[in-house]
Write a protein that binds this ligand. Structure first.
Ligand code: NAP
Length: 402
């Protein structure tokens, strides 16, 4: 079998992969680059799929990271619709489902994550949409005509954003999730419950503390039975119950893994010529002093770029603090750091549960900040977290504001 040789092979045609190609080109203008992706689309930004594509602020043509000419002009060879099936770190080679064989000097695994499947009978019924990719958006978009009913399973990022987007598009929306309130991993209970009230007033039926136990089809409709004994009929079922980092290639190649591919501060895996970045990389988050995996757009963008630069010998530690954001009806936020409901919180509201800043603290030190309808303050939040100093509510009150 013929082997094509590339200086750089990037496995993963998402934002981290595309950003890595850019990062490489900042340091190496001529080394050959192969960018391989399982989807047939050019690399695209994922946040609009559950946000602005539904409000009309963006059209599908706007979401691609670069036009095709960019890759041609930058000397990046695209292999789209191609799945990497194995890597051999010793031979520095890569095989694909099309039977191709590639040799690399540096390899990036930017394979992201795969949507988790419901562990119930009927989970694979035709038509159930595990919402993650552009094709999923197209499918739901086509089906989601006003008046149709949809069951949204999961109350995290995808569930909360998609439910709001579909309600704004005049669908009859029901949400179901096991937690006691919306986005319970991220929001403190007071905020999660306030948003739930907002969802209810916007016509969304909220079934919390419950989960599907089986799904079947009857007369063209989905019938979802729940652990709590409910029966829900809907035209559409969309699921967002989290992702599993795609670490299969790394595991088979005996790279170090553990809820993600383990990388050092330069984003190198346990094999120094293989890098990982994006949703699947567990990296040392310097400002927080702990290993983390971050499944958000801004991390894919900046970590991908940093990995690319390092593949081209920049030797830069990844010290960036990625932020994330969401839009849920009129409630929008930006957040950075360790934003988890497991920490203590102090909320400094200008308008309760609508405008203000939530500080997430551990032993009096700010670890994360969520700015609710307060914009362009992410850098101030980053600085506060980086300082790692004790901060009392009196000190925090009014510190970051609109
Ligand atoms: P997620 O945010 O982890 O939320 C998963 C949700 O599914 C949780 O509400 C969870 O409840 C629930 N769940 C788990 N098992 C369930 C079951 N059997 N039945 C019903 N509900 C169940 O994951 P996601 O919403 O699927 O998002 C996927 C990825 O996209 C994540 O990586 C996320 O970061 C990313 N994303 C990010 C954004 C953003 O940054 N704004 C937007 C969209 C997507 P419990 O909490 O009780 O387990």
């Amino acid at each position: 079998m013929a082997t094509d040789r590339y200086t750089y092979c990037i496995v993963g045609g998402g934002l981290a992969g595309a950003s890595a190609a850019e990062g490489i080109r900042e340091y190496d203008k001529s080394g050959s680059i192969l960018l391989m992706g399982a989807e047939t689309h050019l690399p695209y930004h994922r946040p609009p799929l559950s946000k602005t594509l539904w409000t009309g602020k963006k059209m599908v043509d706007d979401i691609f990271v670069h036009a095709r000419e960019y890759y041609n002009d930058s000397g990046v060879t695209l292999a789209l619709g191609v799945l990497a099936t194995g890597i051999d770190p010793n031979r520095k080679s890569l095989t694909t489902d099309t039977g191709a064989n590639y040799h690399y000097k540096k390899l990036l695994l930017a394979t992201g994550g795969m949507p988790r499947k419901l562990p119930i009978p009927g989970a694979d019924l035709e038509g159930i949409c595990y919402f993650r990719y552009l094709d999923d958006y197209h499918r739901i978009r086509e089906e989601a005509t006003p008046g149709k009913s949809i069951l949204v399973i999961g109350g995290g990022f995808i569930g909360s954003e998609l439910a709001a987007a579909l309600a704004m598009n005049k669908l009859d929306v029901t949400m179901i999730f096991p937690a006691p309130y919306l986005c319970d991993r991220v929001f403190p209970d007071y905020l999660g419950k306030a948003l739930e009230r907002l969802y209810t007033t916007r016509g969304i039926r909220m079934l919390k503390g419950d989960a599907p136990s089986s799904i079947k089809k009857r007369g063209g409709k989905f019938i979802t039975l729940t652990r709590g004994g409910r029966e829900i009929e809907s035209d559409i079922v969309a699921v967002g119950i989290g992702i599993a980092p795609d670490e299969g290639l790394a595991k088979e190649a005996a790279l170090k893994t553990g809820d993600g591919i383990i990388v050092n501060e330069y984003l190198q895996t346990s094999h120094p010529d293989i890098y990982a970045a994006g949703d699947n990389a567990r990296f040392p988050y310097q400002a927080l002093g702990q290993q983390m995996r971050v499944e958000h757009w801004d991390n894919a963008l900046n970590q991908g770029k940093c990995a690319g630069r390092n593949m081209a010998e920049a030797r830069e530690a990844y010290a960036y603090m990625p932020y994330f954001f969401s839009d849920l009806f009129e409630f929008g936020y930006e957040a950075v750091g360790e934003v988890t409901a497991a920490l203590q919180t102090f909320a400094d509201w200008e308008k309760e549960n609508a405008t203000g800043v939530i500080y997430y603290t551990k032993e009096g030190v700010v670890r994360g900040v969520m700015m609710c309808n307060v914009w362009e303050k992410v850098d101030a939040a980053r600085e506060l977290i980086r300082k790692r100093e004790g901060a009392s509510p009196d000190h925090l009150r009014g510190l970051i504001h609109s």
